[in-house]
Design a protein around this ligand. Structure first.
Ligand code: GDP
Length: 423
């Protein structure tokens, strides 16, 4: 009915501007958006539902339930051409009970006749009806103004310099077990049932000679609610944890390899420009008799992550406690990499050398001259290179500069950006 169109509209505008990591395919259901400088995550619930007729009462209802519980703001989209449907009424009922802020968007109301029809949606009792046309984008500005105006600035950082580390991954890979092993408590209830952790709880630790905060999905959720929506639910949880963290430990199950759901979490980490440590867990269950088993597995994992493969990969077992501490130490190392600032003098000296060794290819007989470079004061490493003809710089050259910087300054595990700008 247009949710995906609106979703794409909200997330791709931004992608065109800041999504510089080449070759990364996007998750269809998750994206970052910003409007007037307010950044937010958008999740398309519909994307998780199969197309069939009897899904409404079951799947959509369940997903709306989860979305209501997890989201800060709900965008409820209805179709002006269809008018108020029984389905709309069911959802409106659920939304009203939730008490969460809801914005009702009447899609496909782009001609004057249909525009009049949108008033019918006031009957849903959701307050203001925002008319829009997801295809052309008309009306989305007003809607976004209203939505972003409702945001409150919560979670102000009072612990600026302490690494916030999140353990993320799909259900049952061993996240709770890792946290328990690290913290030595049974705060997280470990059970073999998927999807039993809930609620993000940040706990500060001073252990192993480091000060750090674990962004933790602790507690128990009624399993009846999540059994059929595990992927959707865990995506919602991951987004929360990832947004709050500086560095994410992405856990994989060694016995299962890298699956599409792991890749989704990986992309959310990348989209948020967070540090990354890959933890291949349950390594105790893998047959390691083959030569170089660990090395081969590491190559396999990195292949999946390309082109962002400058990432620590650790092989752990929460059962034998193998390399548990190492995973945490790597996360802190990645945090340090992510906060590294290179002096402008040093940076320019290096860039000059990189350019001398491999010049940007000439385009139409014109040469790009890079004059000056600086690191921008962002949370993650961002470098601006000023030159005469930035439009002639292609991705391979950007990657060349990025890779040289990675080698010389150790940005392992850290997404970074290299921009070329006209002086
Ligand atoms: P979560 O859903 O990601 O938090 O996963 P859990 O920590 O609840 O672990 C899921 C299941 O995998 C539990 O039965 C754990 O005992 C088991 N498990 C976790 N880590 C390991 C490991 O390193 N080796 C083995 N053999 N089993 C593990």
């Amino acid at each position: 009915m247009g949710k995906s169109t609106l979703f794409n509209r909200l997330t791709q505008t931004r992608e065109a501007i800041v999504h510089e990591t080449a070759g990364v395919t996007r998750d269809r259901h998750y994206g970052k958006s910003d409007w007037n400088g307010k950044e937010f995550s958008v999740i398309d619930t519909g994307g998780y539902v199969n197309n069939s007729d009897d899904i409404f009462e079951n799947e959509i209802k369940k997903q709306v339930h989860l979305a209501i519980e997890e989201a800060d703001v709900i965008l409820f989209m209805v179709d002006t051409m269809l008018g108020v449907t029984a389905g709309d009424e069911t959802i409106a009922e659920m939304l009203r009970k939730s008490g969460k802020p809801v914005f009702l968007a009447a899609n496909k109301s782009d001609n004057p006749e249909l525009h009049i029809e949108t008033s019918a949606f006031y009957a849903l009792g959701m307050g203001e009806v925002y008319s829009l046309c997801a295809n052309t984008g008309s009306g989305t500005g007003e809607l976004l103004d209203a939505i972003t105006a409702s945001f409150t600035d919560e979670g102000v950082d009072d612990e600026e310099n302490i690494p916030k580390i999140a353990v993320v991954g799909r259900p049952n890979v061993g996240k709770s077990s890792l946290i328990n092993a690290l913290t030595g408590t049974e705060r997280n209830i470990v059970t073999p049932i998927a999807g039993t952790t809930r609620d993000t709880v940040n706990t500060r630790y001073n252990k192993f000679g480091h000060d750090f905060i674990l962004v933790d999905t602790a507690g128990l959720r009624k399993k009846s609610k999540v059994t059929e929506n595990i992927e959707f639910y865990s995506t919602l949880r991951s987004v929360r944890a990832i947004e709050q963290a500086d560095v994410c430990i992405l856990m994989l199950d060694a016995t299962q390899g890298v699956e599409s759901q792991d890749m989704n979490v990986f992309r959310i980490i990348l989209e948020n420009n967070k540090g990354l440590v890959v933890c291949v867990n349950k390594w105790d269950l893998v047959d390691k008799s083959e030569d170089n088993a660990t090395k081969k597995y590491e190559e396999y994992v990195k292949k999946q992550l390309e082109p962002f493969d400058d990432v620590p990969v650790i092989f752990t077992s929460t059962v034998t406690k193998q390399r548990i501490l190492k995973a945490m130490e790597e996360a802190i190392h990645v945090y340090e990499n992510r906060t590294r600032k290179i002096s402008t003098a040093k940076l320019n000296q290096c860039i000059q050398q990189y350019v001398e060794e491999y010049r940007p290819p000439a385009v139409k007989g014109k040469f790009v001259k890079i004059k000056y470079a600086t690191q921008l004061p962002t949370y993650y490493p961002t470098f601006a290179l000023f030159c005469n003809l930035p439009q002639y710089i292609r991705d391979p050259y950007k990657r060349y500069i990025e890779n040289r910087l990675r080698k010389d300054f150790d940005f392992c595990g850290v997404p970074m950006k290299v921009f070329f700008r006209k002086k």
